[in-house]
Design a protein around this ligand. Sequence first.
Ligand code: NAI
Length: 724
Amino acid sequence: MENFKIDVDADGIALITFDVPRRSMNTLTSGVMKEIPEWVERVKTDDAIKGAVLTSGKASGFCAGADLGDMASGMLGGSDLQAAYDAGWRLNGALRALETCGKPIAAAINGLALGGGLELTLACHYRVTENDNKIQLGLPEIKVGLFPGGGGTQRLTRLIGVQAAMMAMSEGKSFRPNDAKSAGIVHDVVEKGQSVEAAKAWVKGGGKAVQPWDEKSFKLPGGGPYHPAGIQNFLVGNAMIRKQSWGNYPAVTNLMKAVYEGVQVPMDAALRIETRYFIKTLMTPQAQGMIRSLFLSKQELDKGAVRPADQPKSDPKKVAVLGAGMMGAGIAYVQAMAGIETILIDRDQAAADKGKAHVEELLKKRLSRGQLTQEKFDALLGSITATTDYDLIKGSDLVIEAVFENRELKAEVTRRAEAMLEPGAVFGSNTSTLPITGLAEASARPEDFIGIHFFSPVDKMMLVEIIRGERTGPAALAKALDYVMKIRKTPIVVEDGRGFYTSRCFATYVAEGLAMLEEGYAPALIDNIGRMTGMPRGPLEMHDDVALDLSLKVAKQTQADLGDAYQPLPGSEIVRKMVEDLGRYGRKNGKGFYDYDQKPKKLWSGLGDLAPVTIDDSTPELVEDQKRRLLYRQAIEVARCWEEGVIDDPREADVGAILAWGFAPWTGGPITMIDQIGVAKFVEQADAYAAKYGERFTPPQLLRNMAAKSETFYGNFAGQKQAA
Ligand code: NAI
């Protein structure tokens, strides 16, 4: 075997070490799945073996789950359902053989075990893990549009009950070792490095080779569908799941079905039910789009897929951050976490200290959760110098500017910081609205000037949008990408332009909500329709979060810059009145489309005077049409960005849209959505919206050309990659 090593000790206990060659982390590749039955057979039939312990030979973890790349190419290919079922059954069949082999098998979980990795251990008769907060145990498949298909839906449910298992699987939440023990997922937690010994002791002590669910006396914890309390879990669970997913995710619905049907039959039948629903889910456009964007493409971008290959690799060790406000402090935090020395500069010491205090708060949270030792906490905080002294910038590899959004101020700090920089060091601006080429005019070295656009809150948001100015050079781009990869965020690279890529497209969602408001839709309906599309929040509430005064300021700046070419967005007069006449700025001053003086927030009662409700239709047909309208409006802007060359890689467009502004993840992103709908059909519907709502829906010529040739974005991209 390539992936497993077997050593039988003097007590007849086989230590099976899982160690996929040439990979830093174990995954369930097709080779691994082929070999599991091989070692199970050996354990079963070799009389010298009394029992076994399964562990990992990797320092990085036990097993990260299925190899989604393998799975996507192996199972998604054809339309042969039987072949797909057989492929899906392979792991389930192997794990069922494992748990019924007749000899005790214990899992020594000496590192993280996620997805199929955890499922492998759930098929073992005993699980022991180590007291190490780096270890996570969970079934996160739902995050890529799937659900556990290696027995997880059946075994976890039988171990911890329907309610707890459904919550863990529908949220994809992972457990730290001690929480996993309290939840009943593992039997024991021992000190670091002790799990193999503990597992062997269990086998030697007469560990039972029968799973609880294979005992005659087995009862499902909490009860199943025919139990008065058990049925509640399904009734309430169904409603909760609907509330969270709005029916957009087949994975969530199919997960519930697999659990509901599976717990009513013996394990062998239950596993077949799971495999059927799993394959059905895997074949949906939603799962295919989500696997591609949220897993495969994201991983490619994380590894530097768009980095200029001819530039030498750099490793930023010292980075100065100008402006210790909300963004600057967040940036200092992620830098510290990545081991980068940070000079955090503000205009006075108190402001700089305030920024560092914010970092301290974030670090304290980790400390209290046991994710940091006191020593590490001190070292991380110590790596940040809060100061007003620009001299300390000397020796920095990079400067990130995050001062107020003001051109003159940014120009001034650019000049002051650049005076301290060595040749080759990069200056990155975190501006959210000002074109990079214009800001670079203040720079003496525009080839080293670039946009590095973070999202708020910096510690949570995974994307960074890198913006190339007209004169930005490839060396600066490569260094900016190396920096983003070092702080473990996902980079996309876009060309300069108003609102760059993410802010420009996101703005259309918010603006379309305003258009609906102006047309006479009820505000509650607008935001509900927004949520039903799969966006994180409705357009009005998201507008409140961004701040209405900010959007008015951007509109005014755009008008000043564009002059006669400026076309006011629908609903802009409502926003002007809200800000200038009524002082309603949004969440930040507690007054916007919503009132925030109570929890939960309530729609502002005065909104009806500003925008009277005249449409009383809320039929499912209308709702569907308006959902599509909100998604189409954003996707059309994405296609325009593509036509203008702002973005040219479907992976960046899709991953960027989902991670930056929460574009409905079930679609796989706006480009995947257009491809899956079919460009011709998309164009036809967009034209219909344009006739009804205005030119902003007119599809760009690029889409018409693609429709005429029956092309898709991903198809063209694959062609380009092959040609390159
Ligand atoms: P903020 O107002 O919280 O922080 C700005 C900081 O800059 C303040 O602490 C201020 O004292 C400091 N500052 C002003 N003049 C300075 C000088 N001469 N030298 C050093 N520091 C100086 O603003 P925030 O929200 O952190 O935004 C900063 C930048 O990031 C802006 O360009 C903004 O457009 C951009 N941005 C903001 C996002 C957000 O969600 N707030 C998202 C992405 C970008």
